[in-house]
Design a protein around this ligand. Sequence first.
Ligand code: 13P
Length: 342
Amino acid sequence: MSERLEDIAAAMVSGGKGLLAADESSGTIKKRFDVIGVESTADNRRDYREMMFRSKEAMSKYISGVILYDETIRQKAADGTTPLVDIIKASGAIPGIKVDLGAKPLAGFPGDTITEGLDGLRERLADYYKLGARFAKWRAVIDIDTSKGVPSANSIASNTHALARYAALCQEAGIVPIVEPEVLMDGAHSIDTCYDVSKATLVKLYDELYAARVILEGSILKPNMVISGKKSGKTDSPEEIAEKTIKLFREVVPSAVPGIAFLSGGQEDEEATANLNAINAIGPHPWKLTFSYGRALQAAPQKAWSGKASNVAAGQAAFTHRAHMNHLAALGKWQPALEKAA
Ligand code: 13P
């Protein structure tokens, strides 16, 4: 495969393929395993992820790349010899790596966070490149609580500046940066507040990326959809989400960006698929719009697998189904009836 940043970025978002976000930190994967009653050991984490990476149909037809956690990019398969990265590459997908070190409280701004991990990043990127990573991810977390003045302008400025410094270092290392400014859907806010906060964040982000001389053609945006907060009690129609999300992107995301790969952010599996489909159904758009889902791709296979070797085929079938549905949604060709046909 070409090693040009532009070609890697294009391959990540083309043909209705999308990304599997399997980069849960040790703390997050433990929470997921707790739900299915599986102990979070290194071997169980390997077996679970190996199950997905060995899902031939999903990985070769629907998944363009996998975002890995530090442990996984260094881990061998259960056979004791094959690096998990080689299984991903053999399927035709591209290995990627989460490089941020998580969101910490932003000093002086209660309720805001700042994502850490810039110190030593140049050296870590060189190491990850050698291990096979050709793209990376950095997630900034922007919560909304308007009654408390969250997010502050300082939170947006600090987080987007960090994203730009990260993205420039990635490109220097020959790695495509996924820039992820996640405006959380956990709050009680309206869809229009989500729109306003997402807009302020993306405007600042593209200012910072420009100032840092990041080549937009060799970058991918990983945003939230424009959607009501979970605690608002409101469920928006896919059409309203699609209309407001695309209106926002047309205003602020340069057309030089090859692709936008959404996070699922706590949406239900089918909801995340229906919303992505509605977004693509109102195209054509200047960028490819696809998925980079964690929970919305993995909740079903986690449940089907539940830590038992005898359930590997069922886990793979559940993963393949969700990947297929999201592939169709990335092409605007998904229909609810296809869910039942599985
Ligand atoms: P979710 O799809 O579960 O939001 O995870 C995607 C991701 O990578 C968040 O950083």
